[in-house]
Design a binder for this molecule. Structure first.
Ligand code: ATP
Length: 608
């Protein structure tokens, strides 16, 4: 039975996946083994051969004791002793082959799964990433996939190998003496019951330990990344964070100790039980030997077989737990793989050829959360080549407007058009190839300036890079760095100033040379030199394109062809600076509160 997933970590709505039952998970998980059926068959043969050959040595020992020694048959003794060594050698070689193949197959399955999951995650929409913790996503991609290596091959193979060993050993034992066999296995329940109990407790402890480790990790991640570290320093939270860290760390330590202790009693009882079994055989069998109803060799072989049974029987007793753990891992991975992006390409989508760049919003409404509209009945038109500034109070819906253009989200109702074409009827790569996006806090990879720039155009030449940086007023700065374009910008670009980062983002967008530019202007206040550098860079970037800018600077607003004033998701005013001021509405108010001061600064800087 398939049922709907509950719980908060996955977003509701179009992303909500269907959780599968074990009956569907198992075949699906085995499907990953299918491409490797041939080496897997080989592994199986090795496992069965090892289990089969394993029953021979006790039989040989029996012959040595019962025939070769009493009959003083030296050549038979040599042959049997050599055979014992030979069997150990063959077993060892098969073991090497099996572990080689096993390792290869399990690593390949992980490779396939990891790639599939990564590519799938890439295809999901922004909504998924805003609704899920990064740590959780990373953990599924890393830990769960890695966990599968153990379960798929090791558990599966050990089940098969244990089962084969038990069946083969029991068959040989029954053939030798069924009464002794029954006596020997009468103790097996003593193994099974504590193993199951301890197995359950250990599994529970393991789960708690994993959770404790995840908490410790996320605490480290949050306080030791640059932003978190800065926050901790400036608020002087080091002692408090150290206390929290110690608490997490202590919990982990306690659980680890407990986990170690749970096993001790278990192993002690196992040791005791595995001594009782042979003792019983020696007692009962010994009497039979005295009565000459049994040979000494048979007793020795029996004790050896009994020893071979304990291990597999106890691991078969906990198989259920292993299978559950494996299913849980697969379930978590399939949950992501079954999550469908809410941004789908229409089957009839066509590639958008060269465009002029006219943008049209017709009755567009959009809600992140059902019922709470971030944009409502929004209708606006931006002509090709125009620069539009979006202005409005915080939370009005400006950034949301910019998200709808490259289809990071789709409107809940209404249509967004580019050159008169509904953007849902266009292939996603072609739509996005025409769009450049400069976000408020430009993201830079921990790589060189060159690599960050090449993100805009992978095959750009050095001349093109330099030309873009010239236009973005950045080339001189880079040229002065000792390593020039090969300077590594540091985690998220922390080695660059805010203004430099913005100019680098502008240079990256220039390299892409999009027809439509979407920009969320940074709110950070820059000094007048940095401001004028950015203004000059922007001037180059905007020339000859349609642009939509969430404006924070008066200079941007004054340059705009059209200003769209947004309030509570609605377009409330539209026009140029003068018209809107004259109207004395929301724009005039915002101008007084937000931009007036900038005007004075602007005038002062012009006078300088
Ligand atoms: P600001 O100038 O402060 O950046 P904005 O005008 O750009 O604001 P938006 O970011 O578009 O505002 O947000 C519009 C509304 O949508 C806000 O009420 C915000 O709380 C909400 N919102 C934004 N992103 C999400 C999200 N991922 N999930 C749910 N609600 C969101």
């Amino acid at each position: 039975m398939a049922y709907r997933m509950h719980g908060g970590d996955l977003p509701q709505g179009p992303h909500r996946p269907v959780r599968e039952s074990a009956r569907t998970i198992v075949p699906r998980a085995l499907g990953y083994l299918l491409p490797y059926w041939f080496p897997f068959l080989f592994i199986l043969l090795c496992v069965l051969a090892i289990a089969g050959i394993g029953v021979l040595p006790p039989l040989l020992v029996r012959h040595i004791i019962d025939e070769a020694i009493p009959e003083k048959h030296l050549s038979l003794l040599y042959i049997l002793a050599a055979a014992i060594v030979g069997i150990a050698l063959v077993n060892g070689l098969l073991g090497v082959l099996q572990s080689y193949l096993n390792n290869m197959v399990s690593q390949r399955i992980m490779y396939d799964l990891r790639n599939e999951l990564y590519t799938h995650l890439q295809g999901l929409s922004l909504r998924f990433f805003t609704a899920n913790r990064t740590g959780e996503i990373m953990s599924r991609l890393n830990n769960d996939v890695a966990g599968i290596q153990n379960t798929v091959t090791s558990s599966l193979l050990s089940i098969i190998s244990d089962f084969a060993t038990v069946v083969i050993t029991l068959t040989v034992m029954l053939a030798l003496d069924w009464k002794l066999t029954l006596l020997g296995i009468s103790l097996l329940p003593l193994f099974i019951i504590p193993t199951r109990l301890v197995g359950r407790r250990r599994r529970q402890l393991r789960r708690e330990t994993q959770r404790a480790r995840a908490d410790l990790n996320s605490h480290m991640e949050e306080t030791l990344n640059i932003s978190g570290f800065l926050l901790m320093k400036v608020f002087h939270r080091e002692p408090a964070e150290a206390t929290r860290f110690r608490a997490h760390s202590q919990r982990l330590m306690r659980l680890e100790i407990l986990q170690g202790l749970v096993g001790r009693w278990f192993f002690m009882s196992m040791g005791l039980f595995s001594a009782i079994g042979p003792a019983l055989i020696y007692l009962w069998g010994g009497r039979l030997v005295i009565q000459e109803a049994l040979t000494i060799g048979t007793i020795v072989a029996f004790v050896a077989y009994l020893g071979r049974l304990y291990g597999p029987v106890s691991s078969l007793a906990t198989v259920y737990v292993d299978v559950q753990a494996a299913l849980a891992l697969f379930e978590r991975i399939f949950e992501y793989l079954d999550t469908r992006s809410d941004i789908q390409e229409s089957p009839s989508a066509r590639a958008l050829p060269a465009i002029r760049g006219a943008i049209e919003f017709e009755d567009v409404s959009f809600a992140y959360v059902p019922g709470r509209y971030a944009l409502k009945d929004f209708t606006a038109r931006i002509e090709a080549g125009q620069m539009a500034a979006l202005v409005g109070p915080s939370g009005a819906g400006k950034t949301t407007f910019t998200h709808l253009l490259p289809r990071l989200y789709d409107p809940t109702s209404g249509v967004v058009r580019l050159d008169g074409v509904d953007i849902r009827e266009v292939t996603l790569p072609s739509l996005r190839s025409h769009m450049g996006v400069v976000t408020q806090e430009p993201f830079l990879f921990h790589a060189s300036i060159r690599e960050n720039l090449l993100y805009g155009k992978a095959d750009a030449t050095q001349e093109e890079l330099e030309a873009a940086c010239q236009s973005a007023q950045l080339h001189e700065f880079i040229a002065r760095l000792p390593e020039g374009y090969d300077t590594v910008v540091g985690e998220r670009g922390y080695r660059l100033s805010g203004g430099e980062k913005q100019r680098l983002a502008i240079a990256r967008a220039l390299l892409k040379d999009p027809r439509v530019l979407v920009m969320d202007e940074a709110t950070s206040h820059l000094d007048s030199l940095a401001e004028s550098l950015i203004r000059a860079a922007l001037e180059r970037l905007l020339a000859g394109r349609t642009s939509v800018i969430v404006a924070q600077r008066l200079s941007t607003i004054l340059r705009a062809d059209v200003i769209l004033v947004i309030d509570q998701g609605k377009l409330v005013e539209q026009g140029d600076h003068k018209e809107l001021l004259a109207r004395d509405g929301l724009y005039a108010q915002l101008y007084e509160t937000q931009f007036r001061q900038q005007e004075d600064e602007l005038l002062a800087s012009r006078r300088l």
